[in-house]
Write a protein of this length. Sequence first.
Length: 104
Amino acid sequence: MTHALVTAASPDGPRLFAIALSSPGTTVDPDDHPWVGEGMKRAGTETLVLTDVPATPVGAPGDYIDRPGFWWGAIGIAVAWFGARTRRGRTAGVRRGASRSARV
C-alpha cells in the first residue's frame, strides 16, 4: 500500500485527499485499535497521525460526499450497526433474565 485516502474539511467544503504513506510526518498510531468490519479484515485499516503532510486533492470539493449513492450507503451502514446493537442488547437481556430465573 502506498497511499491513504482521507477526508478533510477545506475552505471550499469537505474534500477527499490522497496522502503518500512514505511522506515525512505520516505515522501509524500505535495506541489506537482501529475498528475492523467483518468484510474488511484484510484491508489493513489503521489510524494515522498526520503532521504537516502534503495532500493531493482527489476530485472537486464535495465530490466524495455528493456522489450518487454516498448517503444511501451511509444510511445502510448505520441501519446495520443499529440492528446489530439492538440485537446484541436483546440477547444480553434474555441471557440476564435466564440467569436470574436459574438462580431462583
